[in-house]
Design a protein around this ligand. Sequence first.
Ligand code: DSN
Length: 429
Amino acid sequence: MHTIDAQLAPLLDQELDRQRRVLAMIPSENYVSPAVLAATGSVCTNKYSEGYPGKRYYSGNEIIDAIEELARSRARELFHVSHVNVQPYSGSPANLAVCLALLHPGDTIMGLDLRYGGHLTHGWKVSATGIYYRSVPYITNAEGWLDYDAIATQARTERPKLIFCGATAYPRIIDFAKLASIAREVDAFLVADISHIAGLVAGDAHPSPVGHADVVTTTTHKTLRGPRGAMILCNGLPSDPLKAPPERTRDHLPSLIDRAVFPGLQGGPHDHQTAAIAAALHEAAQPEFRTYAQRIIENARALAETLAAAGGRLITGGTDNHLLLMDVTPFGTTGRIAAEALYRIGISVNFNAIPNDPRKPFDPSGIRLGTPALTTRGYTPEDMRTIGQCIAEVLRSPDDALLLHRTQATIRAIADAYPLYPTLSSVAA
Ligand code: DSN
């Protein structure tokens, strides 16, 4: 590519170099395997295939059908459901498709408030899910824990048609059974968005929502370590995507979901993405993936202990999963200043609101850190302790140039000790 596109090729190689140098501690990021990378860059990107396997609107889809069916069957097996749609372009369209499948405009939805760790598409006011539906978000308690009694009381008052659970900044196990009993009591659909924890669920390191939630959505690129993309999982009668079901009932979930994704919301699926999802699901079904999922949590706990011992205020006091949410104001800094200083020494995290945050979203009180990507690279709890100590030092003195220089050298040595894509000399060869 270097001779064909002299502007783009070096940029791609610079991004590879950046990923090698900077420790990715944004909890929603990960590094895919060479197999997933190859499938993502495959010729499947050339094909149009509106419809579903065996029911396409374009010719030439016999191989794409086999690829999509492979992805679907691997997902069914891994997550123990009868039906999977692998076509959502990403998590936001997946959640919107579920709303389209199950709700009428103006119906009431309840999801965790964005400012308390929820997701935009669980009903935040500027998202389509908060514009076309009546959204009444629930919040955590002041310490950051889901308060199931308060959610039940709110659901009894508001009578939502759909309750979203799942989060982007919640460091604890989610009790799907409790949420399902709340949803049943008020006759709402329960939708579990497990985007953040899908890899932990697949590796049996977090309880599964299957059997509790009516519908499960997930992105495929976070802990699941696949390409950017998403899936919608459910149980019910076999899908007939060509025929509108007579009613919006649990039995008809597969057809309702399929019709909402296509033609309701999307056009042609991204077949290269489907192929890469199939590759990632194969990897997630291997015994090593269970070890990976456990190690993500061990690493997160080691990091949490180190930061707490250094004076960090962890929301909920620690973690059960892949991420930590930390109030950095006890260090005398803010989320934004902390994230910028950490990036200068070679660690990427994101600034994040904490429950009841008195500060503004663009410079909140917290940062969010995660271990999925570093665990993929091979880092151990011992490494997490070293990294945690560097983080704490920087948060105490984010303007100390000498300290930044010293910690930068430590982080660089740690990054070099665990090479990323060691056999790849260029991504733009
Ligand atoms: N942007 C994702 C995250 O970082 O959690 C959610 O969509």
